[in-house]
Design a protein around this ligand. Sequence first.
Ligand code: ADE
Length: 258
Amino acid sequence: MLTLFPDLIGVFRSTGVLGRAVERGLVELETHDLRRWAGNRWGQVDDEPYGGGAGMVIQAPPVLRAVRELRDLSEDPGRLVMLTPRGRVFDQELARELATEDRLVLLCGRYEGFDERVNEILQPQELSIGDYILGGGEVAAMAVMEAVARLLPGVVGDPRSVSEDSFAEGLLDYPAYTRPAEVEGHGIPEILVSGHHERIRRWRLEESVRITVERRPGLVLCNWNRYPAEVRALIRRFAPALAARCEEPGGPATSETR
Ligand code: ADE
């Protein structure tokens, strides 16, 4: 990862699931300070925009030098990703795709972004983590790293966590409960202590579907083609109009219309 704020990543890379994965050598996570390639004694890598206006633009030459040097360090140059609000919106499908790469080089912008010639020359894949503006790409890069790392073999202790996520793909989580059984007069759904595994599975799936159709109908439109028959049947039951839109000839939406 190439950034102007390498210190931001310290605690992130040494804590929790990712920290353990780094410690066990399952993932390597290196940060590089773009200022190293500044080419001047002050470490300045930005300048005023041609044409005027607010903010500073990160210059192309330091980025080109840095990326080329980092890529030359290993045989596999890796996939070059730039974090920017104008990129393709990052989602689980893209996380899975990135998890197949041996190496990712993440470019974190700041200020008003990079000189456009970085994009013209290096042609990175541009990724956004959502339609809002952060102060820079670092937090976005951390989101990408965490989502990708937990898909790598051995990183998440209980692999069921990852496979259950993918079974419930395109659905929001069902509600979870733990002890104590009562909190300020609020109990838990009886079924969860019934011991009927199949009925518990079914209840959870119904809750997932119910919450998803209520809160994120757009997610249903995007994922209809991926849902198993059982999920589609529940959507027809809970949200018949939404299901009808999904079943229109030609389908409502693919990942491209998101
Ligand atoms: N840099 C600033 N905002 C961003 C966003 N939403 N996603 C990715 N990179 C960014």
